[in-house]
Design a protein around this ligand. Sequence first.
Ligand code: GLN
Length: 273
Amino acid sequence: MPRVDDLLRRGRGCLPAGEAELLLGHLLARGPAWLFAHGDAAVDAETAARFAALVERRARGEPVAYLTGRRGFWTLDLQVTPATLIPRAETERLVELALQCLPAGHCTVADLGTGSGAIALAIASERPDARVVATDASAAALEVARANAAAHGLANVEFRLGDWLAPLQGQRFDLVASNPPYIAEGDAHLARGDLCHEPPAALASGADGLDAIRSIVADAPAHLLPGGWLLLEHGYDQGGAVRALLDAAGFVDVRTERDLEQRDRVSLGRRAA
Ligand code: GLN
């Protein structure tokens, strides 16, 4: 029988650093510290064969998160499937800003295009006194988001099927947040890396990438309480365009914030009080 070390050595030969450990750890339900301490442990033939298959799929380009079905976001370990975008570290910046903008005490939040539920669940976990509603046009994505809410015992989130704000007729919120698709259709990035395995509708939006953002900005004022905030993630070069859309729609206190790599990433504004 092969040992942990043998399998890791084979995996490391064809994968970027750390990924062989992630894949074998996933199959054995063990963390990197266990693998490190148990290099001599025997691995049964079936697990070894499954590991070889995962290594091959990864070497052909499938994202690690889809192979393990997991991705960490904020403080949460989330289920992800090819029906959902893989949550990104940049999006944690949006969560951070949302938490700063929310009023104290009971409040209401909408997360549009929730995917795996990343934004909605991170906010719901930090603010048990908030009611969060998450929408998505994909029933398969909503199923994943619901499972993630249940796995983390978050009962203050509900889910609605539909485009952006469409399932929220007549409802107003203290804060509306979204990480919508914002890449231009036909952009070369869509064919590279993880992106070519992710749902196209979660990534691309119109000729300039701004179709979803235009639609959300146009509809959001009718769904915000006076003084309520709209927060939108966008591309590093879209800050000016998104601020112009927010200004034109009558938002006040409009500004753009940067991500950890100092690139424009989130624009926000509030409905006049
Ligand atoms: N809100 C989810 C996330 O940020 C999904 C975003 C999307 O599919 N564009 O991960």
